[in-house]
Design a protein around this ligand. Structure first.
Ligand code: F6P
Length: 364
């Protein structure tokens, strides 16, 4: 019997279960393969006792439209930085990757399918370099992985953010206010830019283009005449003013290495007030609402395609690669290429041109 081990790592994302189901369903067409799932990314393998479960077609039946991941996930620690408590109560990060690879091989696993974002795919590449048969699947609502036209989960997040803009437009108009909605995306402005275009926002601020607060003020003032008017601003959590910093907090959660972004919408309102912008303003932070719940049909389809292709890569022994969508094909690209540089919004991007063509201010 051959075995594939599925791992879901990093922040959760709509479509994870649809990928898991697709891998299991495709594998069930082969007589000599079974699929296992490690609980909470690689923790399930690293824990003693091990927490790995057999993923049968029965177990994954109907999960394609469930949010989250049935095998859980984590964005803390991992095989290369396993947190160990010292005598003085502090934690040190220990590299347990060799031990984990031995354990995975001892478990008779032929292929590891690691479904995750850039951090997870860096782990995939490092494990591959150490001799593990890894295949990556690009997951993230941020859409910040290059080498693929799109990651799964992203379009669902855009849908949720757009729905929020639609709702905020009506309350903004009723109250003659500026409503600022803060969306996720980390260092990439894709969710913000797509939601701003789809929802018809007046201003969209993203991390790639630091904003000039006076330009934002001018744009918003043009929407008001004799105190009446309204506007919606979409701001990405990683946006920052020219010469300024992103708004973040360092986390004290053990093993959590990311910056916790958040609060730019509040800061933007304070900045606008401080330079004399008078209309009322309110902020809405969408946060994890963008990651929870059911994937839209587009993401279910994309996840299914990624899952089937990932298993077929295992069948072909095509390791050290990530599944990538390059319309209209699903191809495999070296993990090293997939993590080489992030997918960020650039000035020459077609959607940036469209946003400008619609009169959306990008703050510069
Ligand atoms: O990378 C996905 C993402 O949702 C980002 O958009 C966000 O900054 C981050 O994860 C939040 O992660 P956490 O689950 O640690 O709050």
């Amino acid at each position: 019997m051959k075995r594939a081990l599925i791992v879901t790592g990093g922040g959760d994302c709509p479509g994870l279960n649809a990928v898991i189901r697709a891998v299991v369903k495709r594998a069930s067409q082969e007589k000599d393969w079974e699929v296992l799932g490690s609980i909470q990314a690689f923790n399930g393998v690293l824990w003693e006792p091990t927490e790995v479960k057999i993923l049968t077609p029965d177990l994954v039946r109907g999960i394609h439209f469930q949010g989250g991941t049935i095998i859980e996930t984590t964005n803390k620690g991992g095989p290369f930085a396993w947190p160990v408590k010292n005598n003085d109560g502090t934690y040190s990060a220990v590299d347990r990757s060799d031990e984990m690879i031995r354990k995975i091989k001892y478990m008779g696993i032929d292929a590891v399918i690691n479904i995750g974002g850039d951090g997870s795919q860096r782990i995939s590449q490092a494990l591959y370099e150490k001799g593990l048969n890894v295949i990556g699947v690009p997951k993230t609502i941020d859409n910040d992985l290059s080498s693929t036209d799109s990651t799964f989960g992203f379009q669902t997040a855009v849908e949720i953010a757009t729905e929020a803009v639609d709702k905020l437009v009506t309350t903004a108009a009723s109250h003659n206010r500026v409503l600022v909605v803060e969306v996720m995306g980390r260092y990439a402005g894709w969710i913000a830019l797509n939601a701003a275009v789809a929802g018809g926002a007046e201003v969209c601020l993203i991390p790639e283009f630091p904003y000039d607060i006076n330009i934002v003020k001018e744009k918003l003032e043009a929407r008001f005449s004799r105190g009446r008017g309204f506007a919606v601003v979409v701001v990405s959590e990683g946006a920052k003013p020219i010469g300024g910093e992103m708004v973040f907090e360092k986390s004290n959660e053990v093993g959590y290495e990311n910056l916790r972004l958040g609060g730019i919408s509040h800061q933007l309102i304070r900045q606008l007030k401080s330079i004399g912008f008078e209309p009322d303003m309110r902020e809405t932070v969408l946060g994890h609402l963008q990651r929870g719940g059911i994937p839209i049909a587009y993401d279910r389809v994309l996840s299914a395609q990624f899952g089937v292709k990932a298993f077929e890569m295992a069948l072909a022994g095509d390791y050290g690669k990530m599944v990538a969508y390059r319309h209209p094909y699903f191809v495999s690209v070296p993990l090293s290429e997939a993590i080489a540089q992030p997918n960020l919004v650039t000035l020459d991007n077609a959607l940036v041109k469209t946003a400008k063509g619609l009169g959306i201010s990008l703050g510069f």
